[in-house]
Design a protein around this ligand. Structure first.
Ligand SMILES: Cc1ncc(COP(=O)(O)O)c(C=O)c1O
Length: 431
């Protein structure tokens, strides 16, 4: 294994917080990145299936984004602009309006929040509560919306919730599509629980969902289910929020993950691949009638990353001006599905999950998934797990590697042998 050199390792162990995570699973010292390839200090090349946790949907160091950014810096363009008017922000907004909003008939406004996904989620939840004057928000099992306290309350993951050490109030959890098996439609439950005055659930300010649960294990909601949720939200005066932080920007085939579903979310959160270049940038898309925060009421110093505006504009112009990129995603998704099916066939109990470029293999246990990822890393592939039990080996992301690395043995056993080891992985058999 190509690890960080001893001296480098020492500085990380000595000075970097124990909260560090991905570096534990991928203990190489990375020095270069281009396209889908990472290079370590030792010169070893890795294929990057983690993709900055879906923040690098267009690859590392895209040459056109890089050139535009370098030109902007060389010309003393603003780096940081609070939320003042700048040429870079104007160009981004104009491009987003022209290439994304207008063709989709959307009149949403863009609220620039702090630069991470969780910041956009905080803004969304707070805004929905302000609009409706209600406290409660409905979120779904296995949903992941970030780890700052407001967003964490909507996140299902027990490990992350445990890190809060305070109560995480004002969110009611309802089973996600398929959580209770194929025969149970959780929308029936949702509808009844909201409609019944004595169900114990307060009428919600908002209902928030991911169309594909990335961290939750690549659970895919059907279009029909998403439509039903929207209908229920509308019937009860709740805002309908789609968290597209991970599933957006092409990861599920189109710019928004809900395209073609026939829904019109009131609020949409975006971050991760929005800047295109891996630079921090997040927005909350808001229907004009809900754009009710007063000036600076939801403030933040880092809402004007002009470097990100530059690269985000180029990403839109390069990938979303026509449908060539979407066609390419469709082709790659089909290829990915085919290859994952072949891998999954190595293990009788495994199955392919997800859709488009958000797919992976459920291998049944976190232990096995973790060993597979460790073996992949030895072989030069950076890939992570997701799911309630970390049981899915996932293409495109993985968020809480630190917890899982305790499973890691970085063993040298052959992967096929590992997969065929029946007795050791007895617990793979589902009831
Ligand atoms: C769907 C979703 N929402 C919110 C977040 C939080 O984003 P961030 O880690 O940038 O705060 C994530 C991160 O993985 C996510 O996948």
């Amino acid at each position: 294994m190509t690890t960080a050199s001893t001296d480098d390792e020492k500085i990380f162990a000595r000075r970097e917080s124990e909260a560090r995570s991905y570096c534990r699973s991928f203990p190489a010292l990375f020095t270069k990145a281009e396209g889908a390839t990472l290079t370590s200090a030792a010169g070893k090349k890795y294929i990057d299936f983690l993709a900055g946790c879906s923040s690098l949907n267009y690859g590392h160091n895209d040459p056109d984004m890089k050139a535009a950014l370098m030109e902007h810096i060389a010309g003393d363009g603003l780096a940081h602009g609070l939320d003042m008017f700048t040429d870079a922000k104007a160009a981004f907004l104009e491009t987003f309006e022209r290439l994304i909003l207008k063709p989709r008939g959307m009149d949403h406004r863009l609220m620039f929040t702090g630069p991470t996904g969780t910041n956009a989620m905080e803004a969304a939840l707070k805004l929905a509560r302000k609009v409706t004057g209600r406290n409660n928000v409905i979120a779904f099992t296995n949903g992941f919306h970030g780890v700052s306290l407001g967003a964490l309350a909507a996140t299902g993951n027990g490990y992350h919730r445990g890190g809060a050490s305070v109560s995480l109030p004002d969110v009611t959890r309802i089973p996600y599509d398929g959580f209770l098996g194929e025969r149970v439609d959780s929308c029936d439950l949702l509808e009844r629980m909201i409609a019944e005055p004595s169900s114990g659930i307060d009428t919600p300010a908002a209902i928030v969902l991911e169309t594909v649960q990335g961290e939750g294990g690549l659970n895919v909601a059907s279009a029909e289910w998403v439509r039903q949720v929207e209908k229920i939200a509308r019937a009860h005066g709740a805002l309908f929020i789609i968290d597209d932080i991970q599933a957006g920007c092409g990861r599920t085939g189109s710019f928004f993950s809900f395209e073609g579903m026939g829904v019109s979310p009131d609020l949409i959160t975006m971050a991760k691949s929005l800047s295109g270049f891996g630079l921090p940038m997040a927005v909350l898309l808001v229907k004009p009638e809900f754009d009710v925060f007063g000036p600076a009421e939801h403030n933040g110093t880092f809402r004007g990353n002009n470097h990100a505006f530059v690269t985000a504009r180029v990403a839109l112009e390069k990938f979303w001006a026509d449908d060539a990129f979407q066609k390419e995603i469709a082709e790659r998704s089909a290829y990915l599905a085919k290859r994952l099916e072949a891998i999954s066939a190595l293990l009788p109990t495994a199955s392919v999950k997800g859709r488009d470029m958000m797919q992976g293999v459920n291998v049944g246990t976190g232990q096995l998934a973790s060993e597979i990822c460790a073996r992949c890393f030895d072989k030069g592939l950076v890939i992570e797990t997701s799911g309630a039990h970390d049981e899915v080996v996932k293409v495109g992301s993985g968020h809480d590697a630190g917890r899982r690395c305790r499973h890691r043995t970085a063993g040298k056993r052959d992967l096929r042998a590992l997969l065929r080891q029946g007795p050791r992985h007895r617990d793979l058999r589902r009831p």
